[in-house]
Design a protein around this ligand. Structure first.
Ligand code: SAH
Length: 349
């Protein structure tokens, strides 16, 4: 059985043609799935009974189920979702003034081993399929629809558990489905993929012809610190990462966002800001400073507000565009770096 929600529309057209159908069937199915919110093939009244049987025999429309829902005082929703094989992943919905942003998980667990992040505490057990990422958006859209007022997910960040570029093909299918006018129809500029910095995949992404935003988890101004806090830097140090970023900027014609977590006493001095400005000179990049969110299992501390502001001021004075990321859902462990792939034996709370 193939889950239809993960079949990118061009691939679906090819499948339909192979089944002896007209390619427009793909658009027709997408309309039922993404616009009319059909939950079964029987609802697809303009599809012949005979072909509905063919669809039922080959495809499913299953979506993840909600295992636990947590609501934050600020309106953030965190869901622990159960997938068909029992694996559990988290997805978060944040309400910005400009729209509803979903943070999507791309893998069950993560192998990147960043020392400050909770998501890597459980090793990767598998990649998510495209339909399982689409499913996270569908489940949130269902909740938003219940709230009324025509609410829906308007922005996507692939910044949940996992390294999206370690699951490249499925993540690309997912963002294409999200972006397609017959899919979620979310504009490319409203979708962001975040990577810890895999140079080959960044170069590949640069050639996809996509306008989808790219964010790079940089977090350090030099190799010494970066290798200490991010294992991936021991494999792909800055002299491998930065040229890939520049190639992306050149080929895609887009700037990246550098994410930079401020860790007290580790990477948050004004000298580090100077070094950071120098490192990213020659890129068009913009820096998003992230206040560290506590993870019980590690010993880092959050930088004081004064230090955060001194860091921001210094970057700004050096001509680097920088902002401090707004925080959501800290009271329900839904903030950056706090998402986990819950293990299957965990008790329902
Ligand atoms: N693996 C990808 C996608 C995850 S994005 C990546 O590394 O980019 C999640 C973002 O939250 C990353 O920028 C990550 O570095 C950041 N993050 C991780 N742990 C954090 C913590 N404890 N506090 C704040 N941000 C954190």
């Amino acid at each position: 059985m193939i889950n239809l929600y993960g079949v990118e529309i061009k691939k679906l057209e090819d499948m339909m043609t192979r089944e002896g159908q007209k390619p427009y069937r793909a658009t027709q199915l997408y309309t039922w799935m993404f616009e009319k919110n059909a939950t079964s093939f029987d609802q697809m009244s303009d599809v012949s009974l005979k072909f509905r049987e063919v669809l039922k025999a080959n495809f499913s429309l299953e979506i993840p189920s909600i295992f636990i829902r947590q609501d934050s005082a600020d309106g953030t929703i965190k869901l622990l979702l159960e997938l068909a094989d029992g694996a559990k992943v988290e997805a978060v919905l944040m309400r910005y003034s400009y729209g509803n942003v979903i943070c999507v998980t791309s893998q069950v667990g993560c192998n990147m081993g960043c020392s400050f992040c909770a998501s890597g505490l459980l090793r990767k057990t598998r990649n998510l399929e495209a339909h399982e990422m689409v499913g996270q958006v569908l489940v949130m859209n269902n909740l938003l629809r219940e709230e009324g007022q025509g609410q829906r997910v308007t922005h996507i960040v692939v910044m949940g558990t996992g390294e999206p570029f370690d699951n490249y093909d499925n993540v690309l299918d997912f963002v294409r489905i999200a972006n397609h006018p017959k899919g979620f129809a979310i504009g490319a500029r409203h979708i962001t993929v975040s990577t810890c910095g895999l140079p080959d995949r960044i170069r590949q992404y640069a050639r996809e012809g996509l306008q989808i935003n790219l964010a790079i988890s940089l977090h350090a101004p030099n190799d010494e610190i970066r290798s200490r806090i991010m294992k991936i830097n021991q494999v792909y140090p800055l002299d491998k990462l930065m040229p890939a970023v520049k190639e992306y900027e050149r080929l895609a014609g887009r700037r990246v966002t550098f994410e930079y977590i401020l860790l007290d006493g580790v990477n948050d001095s004004v000298e580090h800001a100077d070094e950071l400005a120098k490192l990213i000179k020659g890129t068009l990049a913009y820096v998003n400073l992230i206040p560290y969110n506590p993870v019980i299992e590690n010993a880092y501390r959050r930088s004081s507000d004064e230090k955060v502001h001194a860091f921001l001021d210094r970057l700004t004075r050096l001509g680097v565009t920088a902002t401090v990321r707004k925080e959501f859902g800290t009271d329900i462990d839904a903030a950056c770096g706090q998402l986990r792939a819950k293990n299957v034996h965990e008790e329902k709370r």
